[in-house]
Ligand binder design. Sequence first.
Ligand SMILES: Nc1ncnc2c1ncn2[C@@H]1O[C@H](COP(=O)(O)OP(=O)(O)O)[C@@H](O)[C@H]1O
Ligand SMILES: [Mg+2]
Ligand SMILES: [Zn+2]
Length: 277
Amino acid sequence: MGTGSEGESYVKMRESDDRDARIYMSLKKIRKKFLVMSGKGGVGKTSVSVNLALALANRGLRVGLIDVDIHGPDVPRMLGLKDKIKDNIEQRMIPLHYNENLQVVSIESMIADGNSAVIWRGPIKNTTIKRFLGDVEWGELDYLIIDSPPGTGDEPLTIAQNIRDAQAIVVTTPQEVALADVRKSINFCRQMNMDIFGIVENMSGLDCPHCGKRIDLFGKGGGEKTAQNSNCRFLGKIPFDAKLVVCGDHGISFQEKYADTAVSKAFQDIADKMIKY
Ligand SMILES: Nc1ncnc2c1ncn2[C@@H]1O[C@H](COP(=O)(O)OP(=O)(O)O)[C@@H](O)[C@H]1O
Ligand SMILES: [Mg+2]
Ligand SMILES: [Zn+2]
């Protein structure tokens, strides 16, 4: 049935009496934890997670990136990571190393065939997320960034319940329909007592490649307005840039290749806020 048995054997259901203790010990070695979330898919959660992780790592900080989006685990693809995650002799997971400062674990990197449709049942999903929180051999980390699937389902719930000091970064696009979903994310955080670090407005305008004029593809300023109305910090606007799509598809670091663009600056600006606040 699907890849259930494969997932199961890898996950190695260990008796979980001491699991909470392992999660506690592991999280204690991480200074700041961020959960990147959104109401809708396709708004750029994974792009934001990956690029903020890169921006922080480029500043010399030790960053861990966890991908718990089982239905769209795009993090390894965006970073060009093809290896599988292995356990060491103590059954601790060895994360993938993007560079000296950035380490990654992803559901994608645990299944044998990257193309197989992953049918993960709730309990396996939950166990795997908990392993990501308690059983990864990161060493010490300054920042942990968690990319989650859209909405307020099992994955953000498990994170919110297990990382009591996690802060949410809510990603949205500027138009009204997207903003209704942002409010749901905000309500979820408030119900879970999870701090909201702030709201990011992605795909916010496009500089015409021909004349340089700003085009507001999806309207303008909706994320900023929602942040004001709901008393959240507004983290910034990231413009639309077609080069980001190409980089994402080919596992190229946008910020290395296009360091001088408005998009790179926007990500660096948000990373600075993550350092400062
Ligand atoms: N600011 C942006 N400019 C251009 N393309 C973007 C931008 N943000 C995201 N994308 C593209 O949109 C698609 C969806 O983004 P992704 O980060 O996978 O969203 P999500 O994780 O929310 O589903 C990807 O192809 C990505 O490259
Ligand atoms: Mg995604
Ligand atoms: Zn033009």
